[in-house]
Ligand binder design. Structure first.
Ligand SMILES: Nc1ncnc2c1ncn2[C@@H]1O[C@H](COP(=O)(O)OP(=O)(O)OP(=O)(O)O)[C@@H](O)[C@H]1O
Length: 620
């Protein structure tokens, strides 16, 4: 990735008005800096010529009557500045010049304040814009792509990598300001002595070239830091997710040691970058002092420059050197952050390639996914559906042909790994088959229709996910418009009326992922949330696995009550639910091994190998 091009591309997303204001402030700041420095020349000249006996209000000797070589006489720009002051009615006195000088410093400070504020707000805007784009891209991508990636890498990118881009951008914007200031200093120096300026440019260029290795080092450390950050993120996420297991297994020390090692690797890389930047700063300071002494010697002894000019030049160069050091540091920081930007842009490009098509409707808020309900009139049909996950030889679904009639109940059973959840994902339009077709009332479930179809589907998985929020807000994810009565009805139908016995009722916080509730309570809340959605297709994936017999019976009664209202798919082993299904589908290694009513498939089950039915089924 070309560093300069990447910077402009990133900056290109900034609002034009703000960017132009920033550039204007940067230029004005540098202009005041340059003019302020040039005003010092006549001042120093006047002070020198009068050997300290000058009254503050006395006019400066004009170029005509001075006759000397110091004080900028003969230099058209400085004379122009002085006569500019006279034209404004300000007699160029020592006091006047001093006042003008202080005035310029005040003005420059105000401009600098504005510029820095604008620079930071630009940086935050660009970083947040990038973060939002990355998040939006992740949300809009095909499920298959998300499932194949690592959640911790995605979290790392959204949080740490984009933060690093922000830091890089901060230095990049700083570099712009430094470049403009450097230009102003060099222009001021050029006005005073072009030979000296060329000497400065040549020596500065040489030092800059010598530091190329440090810049390459910053880039490679940027890549190494990215890896260490990803490792830390995955370590933290995994450790926290598995903290219960860690405690049960008594492996706290092992986790701590691993965490310590990951941290040490991260710190090592950060420290190497900090050392490299500190070293280069120290190197520049020493070289800078040497160069300054050389310029002074050359100016005084060889080129015999007038003292006021020379003093101002030395002042300019003494300010120029820290700016030069800053520029080198800013470039190194930008290069250090470049791998994070590269990673973000790669994610955006990958997400663009794997984006799920969406039909957009125009709303008051702008474009939004269409959410028109999609009722099933006849049937959902699967025709020779094949699906193989990336990196797998064996298909998860192999030539599956099924017909789910509208408002009937289908039970899907099969051994672990038979393909039941994959079938559910295909029915929901989350996964597209590699071959074969899925149709709803004869309409193929492809392209943007898959997203639209999901608005009419509800799914209750075995591992229920609840947001760290109140029960009410968790339920409203299912039906945002639901009123109190609708919430109560859904909770009662899902046998989740335990909510009303809680001290805070619907406003009870459920904890991270619903950790403050039992597994069975979570399942019943998830069912209530699904019912609020008023779906055309409801898929329950082992949705009663965590329930005790009493609550399972209640949920089963609720499910039986739904029979005929909507199209139901029950994935599970429990005989009691299977018996009430209109059809039972038996999957084995991704194939349909048997299909029909429970009485029809029952004899086939005995012939199938392995523990297909499971103890739960035999128990009923
Ligand atoms: N994201 C994935 N990447 C690769 N392979 C996968 C993925 N998800 C599932 N599989 C594989 O696909 C096959 C079918 O898995 P699936 O989860 O559909 O089975 P299942 O019948 O739902 O199993 P269980 O009852 O244990 O939940 C299995 O061999 C599984 O290892």
């Amino acid at each position: 990735m070309k560093p300069l091009r990447a910077f402009w591309r990133l900056l290109g997303a900034a609002p034009r008005g703000r960017l132009l204001s920033f550039i204007l402030l940067m230029t004005l700041g540098s202009l005041t800096e340059g003019i302020g420095l040039l005003l010092l020349v006549p001042l120093l000249g006047a002070l020198g010529e009068t050997a300290g006996g000058f009254a503050v209000g006395e006019a400066l000797p004009s170029s005509a009557d001075a006759g000397g070589t110091g004080g900028g006489q003969g230099n058209p720009l400085i004379e122009g500045l002085v006569s500019g002051l006279s034209w404004l009615g300000l007699t160029p006195t020592v006091g006047g010049l001093l006042l003008a000088f202080v005035g310029l410093v005040v003005l420059r400070s105000a401009i600098q304040f504005g510029r820095e504020r604008l620079g930071i707000s630009l940086q935050y805007r660009l970083v947040d814009g990038l973060r939002l784009r990355a998040y939006e891209a992740l949300l809009g991508v095909e499920w298959r792509w998300i499932a194949a990636g690592r959640r911790s890498d995605q979290a790392n990118l959204l949080l740490t990598d984009i933060n690093r881009v922000g830091v890089g951008l901060h230095y990049g914007i700083g570099l712009l300001a430094t470049a403009v200031t450097l230009t102003a200093y060099l222009t001021a120096a050029l006005v005073l002595s072009w030979t000296m300026t060329i000497l400065v440019l040549a020596s500065g260029g040489l030092v800059f070239a010598l530091m190329a290795r440090q810049r390459r080092h910053a880039l490679s450390l940027g890549y190494a830091l990215g890896e260490a950050n990803r490792e830390l993120q995955s370590r933290v996420q995994e450790s926290l997710a598995g903290i219960k297991l860690t405690k049960i297994l008594g492996q706290e020390n092992r986790h701590l040691a691993q965490f310590g090692q990951t941290l040490a690797r991260l710190r090592d890389r950060q420290l190497r970058f900090a050392t490299s930047t500190s070293l280069s700063r120290a190197f520049f300071q020493v070289v800078g002092a040497g160069l300054l002494a050389t310029y002074l010697y050359v100016g005084l002894a060889l080129w015999r420059l007038p003292v006021p000019e020379l003093l101002t030049l030395v002042l300019i160069f003494s300010r120029l050197i820290p700016q030069f050091i800053a520029a080198q540091q800013q470039i190194a920081h930008w290069l250090h952050a470049l791998p994070a930007l590269e990673q973000t842009e790669r994610l955006l490009a990958d997400c663009r390639d794997a984006a799920e098509p969406i039909v957009e409707a125009t709303t008051a808020m702008g474009a939004a996914p269409a959410t028109t309900p999609w009722p099933i009139e006849e049937a959902i049909a699967l025709e020779c559906v094949n699906l193989t996950y990336a990196g797998r030889d064996r298909p998860a679904l192999d030539g599956v042909t099924l017909r789910l009639l509208a408002r009937t109940t289908t039970a899907v059973i099969g051994a672990s790994g038979a393909g039941k959840s994959t079938l559910a994902d295909v029915l929901m339009g989350l996964l597209t088959p590699d071959a074969g077709a899925v149709t709803i009332d004869g309409e193929p479930l492809i392209g943007a229709r898959r997203h639209a179809w999901r608005q009419s589907v509800a799914y209750v998985p075995q591992e229920v996910f609840l947001f760290h929020d109140s029960i009410r807000h968790n339920l409203l994810w299912g039906g945002p418009e639901s009123d109190e009565a609708a919430l109560r009805e859904a909770l009662e139908r899902a046998a989740a009326d335990f909510v009303f016995d809680l001290p805070q009722g619907l406003d009870t916080l459920v904890g991270d992922g619903g950790v403050r509730l039992s597994g069975g309570e979570r399942q019943r809340l998830a069912l209530a949330r699904a019912l609020l959605r008023r779906p055309s297709l409801l898929i329950l994936d082992e949705a009663t696995s965590a329930l005790d017999r009493e609550n399972e019976a209640r949920v089963r009664a609720a499910i039986e009550h739904l029979h005929g209202d909507l199209t139901l798919v029950l994935i599970g082993h429990r005989l009691a639910t299977l018996e009430h299904a209109d059809q039972v589908v038996v999957l084995e290694a991704g194939r349909v091994a048997a299909q029909g009513t429970w009485e029809q498939v029952r004899p086939d089950l005995a012939a199938l190998p392995g523990d297909l039915i499971g103890a739960g089924l035999r128990d009923g």
